[in-house]
Ligand binder design. Structure first.
Ligand SMILES: [Zn+2]
Ligand SMILES: [Zn+2]
Length: 786
C-alpha cells in the first residue's frame, strides 16, 4: 500500500453537540491521519488523508463507535485528491450543506461533571452550570444550526482564559463543548422575591432553607421554571396545590439518587435505567408503604412520579436539602410552562414565595418527560425534555415535507422530511392564547432548525381544535385531514415501523367522527393509507356535552338509561350515584333519553369508564382527563380474575365473550394495502351489558373492588372477541392498541394477553405516548403515505 489517499466523509444524524468533532480529532491522531473536521448545516464533514487502511479504520470507527449521545444515521465517503496536508484540525462551522443536522436533546449532568461539582479542589466546585461535551443543555438553548456557541443562549458569555484553554485543547473533555463555562465567566444564580427584588445571602443556601421551612420556591431549570416544595410537608404541598390551582393531579418528586428513589418507590431494573439515563424523565412507580411523602403529593393513586437531578443546580439543591422535594412545572393549571424570566415572575408571582433564577436564557420551553414501565418495557406518557427533538426514523420516506399539527390535548406537532419524523416537545393543552403562542412559536422555530418547508399539512378534522384552525389558515400548502382514531393507530404503526394493515383498537375519551357522532371506542381495519370503521362500542348519549366529561355521574345517568335500567323499573334512588346527585339526576336522565344536539351519541371508551367509576362511587366529578378511569383501575381487586359477559354483535351474528366469527359476505372493506374486512355489519361491543352487570352486583352488595375488576376483565375479553371477529374477516393477524385509555394497564394487559393467546401479534406504543401526545406522529405517517 504505497501513497496516501484523501476521503471526504459526511456524517448525518444527531452528530452536533454530542462531542463528535473531538471524537474524530482523537481518532485521526490515533491513526496518524491528516485533514480536518467541521460542522455544517447537514451534519459533520471530515477530510481524512493518510494510508488507505488508516482512513478505512477511521470510517469504520465513525460508523460503529460514535460517542454515546450521537445517533449516526448515514455515513458517505467520497475520494478526493490528496493535498499533502500535515496535522488534523477542527475547522470553523459552515452554514448550509446538504440536508439538516439534527439538534440533540438536553442531556443530564454526566458523572465527570458531577465529580467536579462536589470536589472542593475543583475550580467548578458547587458551580450550578458545570457541563461538558457529554452533558448539559442543548435543545433548550440552541437558536440556530450549525450548532456553535454563537447560536446558543451562551453567546453572551465570553470564555475566560481557563475555559478557552479547555475549549481549544483536543485532549480535554470540554474541547468544543459549546455551553462550557465556569464561575469566572459563566451564568450566575440569583434569588429574588416575587416582586423581582434581589434577596440577600447565598441564593442556593437560602432557596434550600426556604423550601425546608415550608415555602414554595420557583426554580429555573433546563426547559422552564419549576415549583419546588418540601415533599414531606402537607402544609407546603397543599399550599402549592391551592396557589397553582391544581386540586388533584399528582406532583412529581425529585430524589437525590437511585437509593433515595428506592426509599420512596419500588424501582425495578428498567425503571432504574430510565431514572439514571441521560434523559432523566419522571418515572411513574409504585409507592412504598410509609414513603415519607405528604398525602397531597399524589392523591388518588398508588403511584408516585419520581425523577433524579438532571442539572447541577438540582444536584446542589438535593445535597443542600437532604430530602425529596416536589418539583412540578412552573405554570398555573394547564398553561404552558414558564421559561422566560419576566414571564415567570408575572405568572408565578402569586404561587412562589421566592425565585431561584439565573442569567442563562432558556430559548425553548420543555416540560419534563414522563414514562411508566409496563412489564419491564418503558412506555412514554409525555415525550418532552431529554427526548425531543430526537427523530423517529421511519422505514419509508416522506415524499414531500410534512407538518402534522396534532390534536388539542397534550399537544405536540411533528415535522417529517426524508425518513425522519421529528416530534415537538409536549406543548400542553391548546386552550388559551398562551398555549397557542407557545405552539405556533415552536412550529416556526423547529421549521427553521430542521430546515423543513412543509408542503403538506396534516390536521385533525375536529372543527374546534386550535391546531385545526391553525392548519386551515396556512397558505400555499396541501392540507390533509386525518381522522383522530386513524391517527392513533397510524401513530402506533409508525412507532413500530410498520405500515399495516392491522386491526386497530383506538380507545380514548373523545374524537371527531365523520358520521357526526363522537368516537372514542373504535375498532378499525387500518393501514397508513386508509381505514374503515369495522366496529365500535355501543353508542350512548353524552348528556350536556362537555359537562358530561367533567361530571362522570352524568355518564352514569346516561348509561343507566341506555341499559334500560331506569325504564325497567330500576328505581334510580337505589343507586348511590343517583342519590348523591338527586337534584339533577332526573333532568340529566331525561336529557339523555331525549337525545338530539344536547345529548350527542358517543362510542367513547373513556365515558364508559367514567360511568362505571361514578356508579362505584370513585368520582362524580373530575378536575383532569382520565381521573375517574384511573381511580377505577386502582380500585380493581387484583385477585379477581373473572369478567362480566358482554355481547359482541356484528359480522355473522351475535357472539358472547370468546366467540369467533364465521366469515360473512366478502369484500366490504378495502384500503390501499388491499386489506378486506368481510363483515356483514360493524361489530358492536354492547357496553350496556357491563353497566347492567355492575348495577346487578351493586344491588347484591358485591364489594366495589370486585366489581371494578370484573368490569375491566369483561371489557378486555369483549375487545379481544371483537378484534378477533374483525381480524378473521379481514384476514389480518396483527392488532394495534392505541388511545389514552390504553394507559390503563389492567385493560392493556388483559387485551394484549387475550389477543396473544389467540395467536395475534400485538403492537403497542414504545417511543411516543398512546394518548393524544402521539397523534401528530400518526398524522405525519398518514400524510407520508399519500
Ligand atoms: Zn459533563
Ligand atoms: Zn470560565
Amino acid at each position: 500500500m504505497s501513497g496516501r489517499v484523501r476521503s471526504l466523509i459526511r456524517v448525518e444524524g444527531v452528530v452536533q453537540g454530542v462531542g463528535f468533532r473531538p471524537f474524530v480529532h482523537a481518532l485521526a491522531s490515533r491513526y496518524g491521519l491528516a485533514g480536518l473536521v467541521g460542522n455544517d448545516g447537514g451534519g459533520v464533514f471530515i477530510e481524512a488523508e493518510g494510508p488507505p487502511s488508516a482512513v478505512a479504520a477511521l470510517v469504520e470507527a465513525v460508523r460503529e463507535r460514535a460517542p454515546v449521545l450521537a445517533v449516526v444515521e448515514r455515513v458517505s465517503v467520497t475520494a478526493v485528491p490528496p493535498t499533502g496536508d500535515g496535522g488534523f484540525r477542527i475547522v470553523p462551522s459552515v452554514a448550509g450543506g446538504p440536508g439538516r443536522a439534527l439538534v440533540p436533546p438536553d442531556v443530564a449532568t454526566c458523572d465527570d461533571c458531577l465529580a467536579e461539582l462536589f470536589d472542593p479542589a475543583d475550580r467548578r466546585f458547587r458551580y450550578p452550570f458545570v457541563n461538558c461535551v457529554n452533558c448539559g443543555p442543548r435543545f433548550t438553548i440552541i437558536t440556530a444550526v450549525p450548532y456553535d456557541r454563537a447560536v446558543t443562549t451562551m453567546a453572551g458569555f465570553a470564555l475566560c482564559a481557563a475555559c478557552a484553554r479547555e475549549y481549544h485543547d483536543p485532549a480535554d473533555r470540554r474541547f468544543h463543548a459549546q455551553p462550557t463555562c465556569c464561575p469566572a465567566c459563566g451564568p450566575r444564580l440569583a434569588l429574588r422575591a416575587p416582586d423581582g427584588t434581589p434577596l440577600p445571602g447565598d441564593p442556593l443556601t437560602e432557596a434550600a432553607a426556604l423550601v425546608a421551612a415550608g415555602a414554595v420556591v420557583a426554580v429555573k431549570g433546563l426547559g422552564g421554571y419549576h415549583l419546588a416544595a418540601d415533599a414531606a410537608s402537607e402544609d407546603a404541598v397543599a399550599a402549592l396545590r391551592a396557589r397553582k390551582r391544581r386540586p388533584d393531579k399528582a406532583f412529581a418528586v425529585m430524589a437525590a439518587d437511585l437509593a433515595a428513589a428506592r426509599e420512596l418507590c419500588e424501582v425495578g431494573e428498567a425503571a432504574a435505567a430510565l431514572l439514571t439515563g441521560p434523559a432523566r424523565p419522571i418515572v411513574l412507580l409504585p409507592r412504598r408503604a410509609g414513603a415519607p411523602v405528604a398525602p397531597s403529593v399524589a392523591p388518588g393513586g398508588p403511584d408516585l412520579g419520581v425523577l433524579l437531578p438532571y442539572t447541577p443546580l438540582h444536584h446542589l439543591l438535593c445535597r443542600e436539602l437532604a430530602r425529596p422535594y416536589v418539583l412540578t412545572s412552573g405554570n398555573l393549571a394547564d398553561e404552558p410552562i414558564a421559561h422566560d424570566d419576566e414571564d415567570a415572575l408575572r405568572r408565578l408571582g402569586g404561587v412562589a414565595d421566592a425565585f431561584l433564577c439565573h442569567d442563562r436564557p432558556i430559548h425553548a420551553p420543555a416540560d419534563d418527560s414522563v414514562l411508566r414501565v409496563f412489564r419491564g418495557t418503558p412506555a412514554p406518557v409525555r415525550r418532552s425534555r431529554g427526548y425531543a427533538p430526537e427523530a423517529i426514523t421511519l422505514p419509508w420516506p416522506f415524499r414531500r415535507p410534512v407538518l402534522a399539527c396534532g390534536a388539542e390535548q397534550k399537544s405536540t406537532f411533528c415535522l417529517g422530511q426524508g425518513h425522519r419524523a421529528v416530534l415537538s416537545q409536549h406543548l400542553g393543552d391548546l386552550e388559551g392564547h398562551l398555549a397557542l403562542r407557545a405552539y405556533t412559536g415552536e412550529i416556526e422555530r423547529m421549521r427553521r432548525l430542521l430546515g423543513v418547508e412543509p408542503e403538506v399539512v396534516a390536521y385533525d378534522p375536529h372543527p374546534e381544535y386550535l391546531s385545526t384552525k391553525y392548519a386551515l389558515e396556512l397558505d400555499g400548502v396541501d392540507v390533509v385531514a386525518v381522522q383522530h382514531h386513524h391517527a392513533h393507530i397510524a401513530s402506533c404503526l409508525a412507532d413500530n415501523g410498520e405500515a399495516g394493515p392491522v386491526v386497530g383498537v383506538a380507545f380514548d375519551g373523545t374524537g371527531h367522527g365523520p358520521d357526526g357522532t363522537i368516537w372514542g371506542g373504535e375498532l378499525l381495519v387500518a393501514s397508513l393509507s386508509g381505514y374503515e370503521r369495522a366496529g365500535h362500542l355501543e353508542r350512548v348519549p353524552l348528556p350536556g356535552g362537555v359537562s358530561a366529561i367533567r361530571q362522570p355521574w352524568r355518564m352514569a345517568a346516561a348509561y343507566v338509561g341506555a341499559a334500560g335500567l331506569a325504564a325497567a323499573g330500576e328505581p334510580a334512588g337505589r343507586l348511590a350515584v343517583a342519590r348523591r346527585n338527586a337534584r339533577l339526576w332526573p333532568a340529566v336522565s331525561a336529557l339523555a333519553a331525549a337525545g338530539g344536539p344536547a345529548a350527542p351519541l358517543t362510542s367513547s371508551a373513556g365515558r364508559l369508564f367514567d360511568a362505571v367509576a361514578a356508579l362505584l362511587g370513585v368520582r362524580d366529578a373530575v378536575t383532569y382527563e382520565g381521573q375517574a378511569a384511573m381511580g377505577l383501575e386502582h380500585l380493581a381487586d387484583p385477585a379477581v380474575r373473572d369478567g362480566y359477559p358482554v355481547t359482541v354483535t356484528g359480522g355473522a351474528g351475535s357472539r358472547l365473550g370468546g366467540g369467533r366469527c364465521a366469515t360473512g359476505s366478502p369484500g366490504l372493506v378495502k384500503d390501499g394495502h388491499g386489506a378486506t374486512c368481510a363483515l356483514a355489519a360493524p361489530v358492536v361491543i354492547r357496553s350496556t351489558d357491563l353497566v347492567r352487570a355492575v348495577v346487578e352486583d351493586l344491588r347484591r352488595g358485591v364489594p366495589s373492588p370486585v366489581i371494578a375488576a370484573r368490569f375491566h376483565h369483561g371489557l378486555a375479553e369483549a375487545v379481544v372477541t371483537a378484534a378477533g371477529l374483525i381480524a378473521e374477516a379481514a384476514g389480518i393477524g396483527t392488532v394495534a392498541l392505541s388511545g389514552g385509555v390504553f394507559a390503563n394497564e389492567l385493560l392493556l394487559g388483559g387485551v394484549a394477553d387475550g389477543l396473544r393467546a389467540g395467536g395475534f401479534r400485538v403492537l403497542t406504543h414504545r417511543r411516543v405516548p398512546c394518548n393524544d401526545g402521539g397523534i401528530s406522529l400518526g398524522q405525519a405517517a398518514v400524510a407520508a403515505s399519500l
